[in-house]
Design a protein around this ligand. Structure first.
Ligand SMILES: CCCCCCCC/C=C\CCCCCCCC(=O)SCCNC(=O)CCNC(=O)[C@H](O)C(C)(C)COP(=O)(O)OP(=O)(O)OC[C@H]1O[C@@H](n2cnc3c(N)ncnc32)[C@H](O)[C@@H]1OP(=O)(O)O
Length: 144
């Protein structure tokens, strides 16, 4: 879950589960990158923009043990045409704790057709027969 913050920003928490383990007792870096990507991606909803990750540069600063709560904080840094630049940190030991991971991202705005043209037909059909999802996706497109 992510919550809107000051400006175009969100905070979120992610609890590292045993299934997220890489090295014994420690979170896998790819899972931490996913948590950062998801938090950064939720910023685009605040801009009412459909966008996909083009670039995600991740720094792993401290090991993150299993069962740790990662306190995520993400914000938009710039928007230029279809390009949305954003940055995020993940802290451990509390929202003011030391930074364990951080990421800089570039999201690229896309049309709904990006998903319709490239997604697997079965899942696209399921999404298109869900009125809530269609309404949400179309509303973003016609009302940016
Ligand atoms: C009716 C119901 C149907 C269903 C409804 C669905 C609704 C869905 C709603 C909401 C979904 C939200 C989903 C978020 C999910 C979380 C985030 C993810 O995990 S996303 C998955 C991982 N990412 C990808 O799979 C991208 C794969 N890549 C691509 O598809 C293309 O490369 C794409 C779209 C990113 C760009 O392709 P181009 O052809 O559109 O645009 P070009 O011209 O190449 O780039 C535009 C600008 O961006 C720069 N750019 C692009 N990629 C870059 C990169 N990697 N690094 C630096 N710059 C890059 C380019 O240099 C260009 O810049 P200049 O305008 O010339 O200044």
């Amino acid at each position: 879950m992510a919550r809107a913050g000051e400006g175009v920003s969100v905070t979120a928490e992610f609890t590292v589960q045993p299934a997220h383990q890489g090295a014994p007792g420690l979170a896998h870096g790819g899972v931490l990158a996913t948590a950062l990507d998801e938090t950064l991606g939720s910023l685009n909803w605040l801009l009412r923009t459909i966008a996909v990750t083009g670039r995600l540069e991740t720094d792993f600063v401290r090991p993150v043990p299993v069962d740790t709560v990662l306190h995520l904080d993400a914000r938009i840094t710039a928007v230029h045409g279809r390009k949305i630049y954003s940055t995020a940190t993940g802290r451990i030991g509390g929202p003011e704790g030391p930074v364990a991971v951080r990421a800089d991202a570039l999201f690229i705005e896309v049309k709904v057709d990006h998903f319709i043209d490239n997604g697997r037909p079965a899942e696209i059909q399921a999404a298109m027969s869900d009125p809530d999802q269609v309404r949400r996706a179309r509303a973003f497109e016609v009302n940016p």
